[in-house]
Design a protein around this ligand. Structure first.
Ligand SMILES: Cc1ncc(COP(=O)(O)O)c(C=O)c1O
Length: 377
């Protein structure tokens, strides 16, 4: 469980999160301890790291870091790491939902979570209700689990998490928030009243586009125990080397997110002003429909911006004309990337694109995308 480090800034907390106090002659971060010690002791009741699928010291360091970041100020919060964000989400669904239950999830959220619900949960007699993100507050009656995503991917819409958690409490529903796009440095759903956070750490939190990782965080010790059990039995585990790499990467998360946010602000303004682009959304834009709510619950607005060009070809022409961006579907990394979402089946226009701002210099990105957009005319 977490040890809050109150009063410290985000970067100070990130470089210290889950890291043992330094000792002379020892590395600042432990090396990748990998699986576990090979030997059992003769005391048969005493083993904790007897098999790496159950637990291992490298996971525990990362889980402590995630508990500290998601549970800021709340030592009861614990975390479980997984091989991917999808495994965190599906383990939660399998742990909580039974036939006859109702699951409410965003119609504009991550497509694979919706596909899992439709293909695996509906045939088991679980009712799945898809609702637009801002409207979720009015749609929780009768739900067992509400899985919100704010800002949603790729719509970048926002739901009022305080109002949603109050509605879930009244309805007796468990509220889980997918915190992938915001990260705990942009938003703390547990403090806003959510019961559970799930997230992909593959994106901005680890931030180097070089590993897959997911996690769940909650102050509900009983639920966390059930989640650990499901992880152990279903085997959806994180490799210890990825765990170490993710923990190492968290140290720079606040710096990366600050630069990504600065770049998102500049590029969102550029896209809004450019005649080739419509429907630009970034929760940090003062006139974005989600800004008023986002400003009450987010401390950073993130590095994702969306917009619409006239056609699929225009998106590809934009990337071809840009020297600093590439096509990629993951997001949150060091490099600025663009994804045309209709190719994955999202219910959006063919020219809908999601821009993931990297950590390049802002002026370079503005110059590059200005010339690339101008070349479309
Ligand atoms: C909002 C959201 N949640 C969950 C996931 C799944 O994460 P992973 O790719 O680590 O399984 C993604 C992946 O893009 C996502 O965008």
């Amino acid at each position: 469980m977490s040890t809050p480090e109150q009063g410290l800034g985000d970067s100070t907390r990130c470089v210290r999160a889950g890291v043992a106090p330094g000792a002379p002659g020892e590395p600042i971060m432990p090396g990748p301890v990998l699986a576990a010690p090979y030997h059992l002791s003769a005391d048969e009741g005493s083993e904790s790291d007897f098999y790496a699928r159950n637990s291992n010291p490298t996971w525990r360091g990362l889980e402590l870091a995630l508990s500290q970041l998601e549970g800021e100020g709340s030592p009861e919060v614990g975390a479980a790491v997984f091989g991917t964000g999808m495994s965190a989400i599906t383990v939660l669904m399998r742990t909580v939902l039974r036939p006859g239950d109702v699951l409410v999830m965003p119609s504009d959220g991550y497509y694979l979570a919706r596909a899992y619900a439709a293909e695996k949960l509906v045939p088991q007699g679980i009712e799945v209700r898809e609702v637009d993100t801002p409207a979720m507050v009015e749609a929780v009656a009768g739900a067992r689990l509400v899985l919100a995503e704010s800002p949603s991917n790729p719509g970048l819409d926002v739901v009022d998490l305080r109002a949603l958690s109050a509605a879930c409490r009244r309805a007796g529903a468990l509220l889980a928030v997918d915190n992938t796009t915001a990260t705990p440095l942009g938003q703390l759903p547990l403090q806003l009243g959510a019961d559970v956070v799930v997230a992909s750490g593959t994106k901005a939190l680890s931030g180097h586009s070089d590993l897959l990782m997911g996690y769940l965080a909650t102050a509900d010790a009983e639920l966390l125990g059930q989640v650990y059990r499901e992880r152990t039995m279903s085997g959806v585990v994180l490799g210890p080397f990825e765990a170490w790499l993710a923990h190492r990467s968290i140290g720079s998360a606040a710096l990366r997110l600050d630069r990504q946010g600065t770049n998102a602000a500049a590029l969102a303004e550029l896209l809004v002003r450019h005649p080739a682009v419509t429907d630009v959304r970034w929760p940090g834009l003062a006139d974005d429909p989600a800004h008023a709510v986002a400003a009450t619950q987010m401390s950073r607005f993130g590095g994702l911006v969306r917009g619409v060009l006239p056609s699929a070809e225009a998106v590809h022409a934009l990337v071809a004309a840009s020297e600093l961006t590439t096509l990629a579907t993951s997001f949150g990394g060091l490099h600025t990337t663009i994804d045309r979402r209709a190719r994955w089946g999202d219910d959006v226009a063919p020219g809908f694109f999601r821009l993931s701002c990297g950590i390049e210099d802002t002026d370079d990105l503005v110059r590059d995308l200005t010339q690339a957009l101008d070349s479309l005319r």
